[in-house]
Design a protein around this ligand. Structure first.
Ligand SMILES: [Zn+2]
Length: 247
């Protein structure tokens, strides 16, 4: 790389080393920029998106899998799709709703889980307030993480000793967010680093909601996308027509 870039990288690492303590063998840093940490519970839900993306898998989307430990891959649990035309008149539904499978079951208190390899909690709002309709809610941002360049291994960055190989994990923001709404409780706090499958809270009916369900929303750099194609490998556009006629 050009020398000036190399010097800048070293300066950044040095500044970071001065301001941090190495608490474990895995260290993380990130710059949350304009997004801010923590966001307040009253902040409005991320809006906008493109309903032309219905049924479209987005290749850059780092989120995948079922966001709640409840009948994963069973599309009969979907009570409202992304951009559902039968959603409340005058509103565009920028997420997907997962509710109980049938009258004999309840989705109440089921676990909502992380659906990307590495995320940081941007907002964890609990346990009161309408929060612009979101109720108790969590927003996480997917991170793109890698271990330190081997070229830096052996540098005494923190002055406390030589860093050994794979001691440092460096993560960058991706600009991709997953939002969970209407939760019962929130089991994380802003700034938490989480991995796929970690529980962020449990399902309820808080905020603007008429029954126990999870509103799961994925926002990319260009707005909300359709989460469905990334949620399970058995997704098919025909599901919308077969089950709800909601296309
Ligand atoms: Zn919803």
């Amino acid at each position: 790389m050009p020398l000036i870039v190399f010097v800048l990288v070293l300066l950044c690492l040095f500044a970071f080393a001065l301001s941090s303590t190495w608490e474990s063998d895995l260290t993380y840093y990130g710059d949350y920029g304009d997004y801010g940490i923590p966001l307040l519970g009253g902040d409005p839900p991320p809006r906008r998106g493109n309903c032309a993306w219905v049924g479209t898998a987005q290749p850059d989307n780092p989120f995948s899998g079922w966001p709640v430990n409840y009948h994963p891959g069973d599309w009969n649990t979907i009570t409202s799709w992304f951009c559902d035309p039968t959603y409340f008149k005058g509103y565009t539904h920028w997420g997907i709703d997962i509710g109980r499978l049938n009258w004999n079951e309840s989705i109440y208190n089921k676990e909502a889980v992380v659906t990307a390899e590495d995320v940081v909690v941007m907002r964890a709002s609990c346990c009161s307030g309408f929060n612009s309709g979101m109720g108790n809610n969590v927003m996480v941002q997917a991170l793109d993480c890698e271990t330190v360049d081997e070229a830096l291994v052996g540098e005494d960055l923190d002055g406390n000793g030589v860093i050994e190989k794979d001691d440092i994990e460096i993560c960058e923001e991706t600009g991709w967010f997953a939002i969970y709404m209407h939760l019962l409780d929130v089991t994380v706090v802003a700034g938490d680093r989480l991995k796929r499958g970690d529980v962020i809270g449990h399902i309820d009916n808080t905020g603007n909601s008429t029954g126990d369900h999870l509103h799961y929303q994925i926002n990319g750099p260009n707005g909300a996308i359709d989460p469905a194609p990334s949620m399970a490998g058995n997704y098919d556009d025909a599901l919308r027509d077969e089950w709800k006629g909601q296309r």
